[in-house]
Design a protein around this ligand. Structure first.
Ligand SMILES: Cc1cc2nc3c(=O)[nH]c(=O)nc-3n(C[C@H](O)[C@H](O)[C@H](O)COP(=O)(O)OP(=O)(O)OC[C@H]3O[C@@H](n4cnc5c(N)ncnc54)[C@H](O)[C@@H]3O)c2cc1C
Length: 509
C-alpha cells in the first residue's frame, strides 16, 4: 500500500519536503453523488484553491453486511456519470479503493490540504466512527473540514421546536449550482494516482444488472420527469399495490438515498408541477413523503443508537428466541405465504418493493414469526437499493411495534394479498411455482386438494412450501404480548421521553 510505501522509504517524504507542497482543497463525496445543488462543490470553487474531487470505496464499509454489490454498482454508475460530464471541465472525481483516513494521510504528504468540503452524513455507527477519526486527523493536521447540512437535517438538535418550519425554509432556498468557470483542478498525475488508488475494484461493482434501477443523475432526472409528467396521476391509488406502485410511485428513493438528487431539487420540481396540474392531491401526498424522508433521518440523527437498541427501552425485556429455520424461510421467500414470499423474492431480484409491503414483511418477521427486528434489519438493508440508515432503522422499529408511540400494526398477509394483488399478478411474477393456480387459490395455495394440485401441476410442501406457521394463532399471541407490554410503566415513561424529543407538542403549534 502506498502509505506503507511512503513510511518505509523515508527519503521520499524528505524529497517532498524540499518542494513547496501545493495548497489544495478537497471535495469528499459520500452519499451526495451529483454535480448540481451541491454546497461542498460551490464552496470549494469559492475558496479559489486548486481542488481535488475524491470518492473512496472503503473496504470496511464494503465488508459491512448492510451493504451489497447492488449498492456499489449504483455508486459506481453514479460516479461514472459524473465523470462523463466532468470531462468538459478537464476534471474528474478520483475513485479510490481505500479507507478514507489513510488516503487523506497520504494525500497530505503530497499536497498541503487546506480545506475539505463534504456533506454531513447521518449514517451507521461505522461511518460515524470513521468521521470522528477523520475529524481528529484534520484537527491534528490543521486542515479545515467543513460539513454542510444535508437535505435540511440539523445536527445537534435537542427537540423538534420549529423543525418543520426550518425544513420548509431550507427547501425554498435557491438551488446551489457550482460555477465551473471558477474550478481549478488540482494536479494529480496518473502515475501518482495509480500508486494511491488502492486495489482494483471487484469486477462485480462495474457490472450492470438490468433488474435494478441504474445509478446516476441522468437516470434520476428521467425518473423525476416521467413521474411529474404523468406517472403521478395514479400515485395515491397505487401506492400500496406491490405491482402497480412500481410504475405509479416516483421510484426516486435510490436517487435520493445516494444523492443523485437533493430533496430540494425534487421538492422545487414538485412546486412547479403542482402549478401545472388540476390533480394536486396525489402530488401533495407525494410531497409529504419528502418531508417524512427527512423527518425519519432527523430522528436517527438525534438518536442513532436505534441501529442497535429499541428506541423505547421499555421493550428490551420482551423475549424472543432466534429460530434459524423460520428466519431462513423468511429471508429466502419460502414461508408458504405467497405475498410475503413474492415481496422477498422481488426485493432479492430487483432491490425494490413499495412501502406497504416493506411494512408487511417486517410485521411478518417480528410479529408472526416473533423474531427480533435486528435479524431482519441488516438483511433488508442489503436488499433495498435505496438503503438509507436514517429511514430504515426508525421504520423497522415502528413496524416491529417497539416505539411505544405509534399504533401497532400487525399486517395480515392474506388480507394484504387479496386487497393489494387480487388477481395475483405480482405473486405469479415473483413466485413462478404458483403461476398455474387459478385466482381463487393464489393467495392460499394450501387450500387446494391433492386432485387440484395434480391438475395445476404443483405439490404443496414440495414445489412450494406449506405455511410455516398458523397465521391467526401467531398474530393473536403477538398482539397479546405487544399490547400487554405497551401498558407497562417502563414503556410509558419511555414513550413520554420519545414524544418530547421527536415530536412537536401542541403548545408549540
Ligand atoms: C421497514 C421499512 C424500511 C424502509 N427503508 C427505507 C430505506 O432504507 N430507504 C428509503 O428511502 N426508504 C425506506 N422506506 C420508506 C419507503 O418504503 C420508501 O422510501 C419508498 O417505498 C420508496 O419508493 P418511492 O421512491 O417510489 O417512494 P414515493 O412514494 O414516490 O416517495 C417519494 C420519496 O419520499 C420518501 N419516502 C416515501 N415514503 C417514505 C416513508 N414512509 N418514510 C420515509 N421516507 C419516505 C423516499 O425518499 C421516496 O423516494 C422504508 C419503509 C419501511 C416500512
Amino acid at each position: 500500500m502506498f502509505s506503507r510505501f511512503f513510511l518505509s522509504k523515508p527519503k521520499l517524504p524528505l524529497l517532498v519536503c524540499l518542494f513547496v507542497k501545493q495548497e489544495i482543497s478537497i471535495v469528499w463525496f459520500k452519499r451526495d453523488l451529483r454535480l448540481r445543488d451541491h454546497q461542498p462543490l460551490v464552496e470549494a470553487m469559492n475558496c479559489k484553491l486548486p481542488t481535488l474531487f475524491v470518492y473512496c470505496f472503503e473496504p470496511s464499509l464494503i465488508a459491512d453486511p448492510h451493504y451489497a454489490v447492488r449498492h456499489w454498482q449504483f455508486i459506481f454508475q453514479s460516479l461514472e456519470g459524473m465523470n462523463l460530464e466532468l470531462k468538459q471541465f478537464n476534471t474528474k472525481v478520483h475513485i479510490f479503493h481505500r479507507e478514507t483516513v489513510s488516503l487523506f494521510q497520504d494525500l497530505h504528504q503530497i499536497y498541503d490540504i487546506k480545506k475539505v468540503f463534504s456533506y454531513e452524513e447521518t449514517g451507521l455507527k461505522i461511518t460515524y466512527n470513521r468521521d470522528k477519526k477523520f475529524s481528529t486527523f484534520c484537527k491534528k493536521q490543521n486542515i479545515q473540514w467543513t460539513e454542510y447540512q444535508c437535505n435540511g437535517i440539523e445536527r445537534g438538535r435537542k427537540n423538534r421546536f420549529k423543525w418543520s418550519e426550518s425544513w420548509h425554509e431550507f427547501m425554498e432556498q435557491p438551488l446551489l449550482h457550482p460555477n465551473w468557470e471558477h474550478h481549478i483542478p488540482a494536479d494529480l498525475s496518473t502515475e501518482l494516482f495509480d500508486k494511491l488508488k488502492g486495489k482494483k475494484l471487484p469486477s462485480s461493482f462495474l457490472e450492470k444488472n438490468k433488474n435494478f434501477q441504474e445509478g446516476g443523475e441522468p437516470k434520476a432526472w428521467a425518473y423525476l420527469r416521467s413521474f411529474y409528467g404523468s406517472r403521478f396521476k395514479n400515485y395515491s391509488n397505487h401506492i400500496s399495490k406491490p405491482h402497480w406502485s412500481r410504475k405509479s410511485c416516483s421510484r426516486l428513493s435510490p436517487y435520493i438515498a445516494w444523492g443523485n438528487l437533493s430533496i430540494r431539487q425534487v421538492y422545487q420540481k414538485y412546486q412547479q408541477a403542482r402549478v401545472q396540474t388540476s390533480r394536486k392531491s396525489p402530488l401533495d401526498n407525494f410531497s409529504s413523503r419528502l418531508r417524512w424522508h427527512c423527518h425519519f433521518i432527523q430522528k436517527f440523527e438525534m438518536e442513532d443508537r436505534m441501529e442497535f437498541e429499541n428506541i423505547n427501552r421499555g421493550y428490551d425485556d420482551l423475549k424472543r428466541k432466534f429460530e434459524p429455520e423460520k428466519f431462513l424461510a423468511w429471508k429466502r421467500g419460502r414461508t408458504g405465504f405467497p405475498m410475503v414470499d413474492a415481496c422477498m423474492r422481488a426485493l432479492i431480484e430487483t432491490g425494490y418493493i413499495n412501502f406497504r409491503m416493506r411494512a408487511m414483511i417486517v410485521s411478518f418477521l417480528t410479529h408472526n414469526l416473533w423474531q427480533h427486528w435486528k435479524e431482519g434489519a441488516v438483511w433488508l438493508a442489503s436488499l433495498f437499493l435505496d438503503f438509507e440508515p436514517g429511514i430504515h432503522y426508525p421504520q423497522i422499529q415502528m413496524q416491529a411495534g417497539v416505539t411505544g408511540i405509534n399504533t401497532v400494526r400487525i399486517y395480515n398477509p392474506l388480507k394484504q394479498s387479496k386487497e393489494q394483488d387480487p388477481e395475483g399478478i405480482f405473486i405469479k411474477k415473483y413466485v413462478p411455482e404458483l403461476e398455474n393456480l387459478p385466482t381463487q387459490f393464489i393467495h392460499e395455495p394450501w387450500l387446494t386438494t391433492n386432485l387440484e394440485q395434480q391438475l395445476y401441476k404443483i405439490k404443496i410442501g414440495i414445489d412450494y412450501p406449506a405455511p410455516i406457521i398458523d397465521l391467526n394463532k401467531a398474530a393473536k399471541e403477538a398482539r397479546d404480548k405487544i399490547w400487554a407490554k405497551r401498558k407497562e410503566a417502563a414503556v410509558r415513561i419511555e414513550s413520554k421521553r420519545i414524544l418530547k424529543r421527536h415530536t412537536v407538542p401542541n403548545r408549540w403549534v
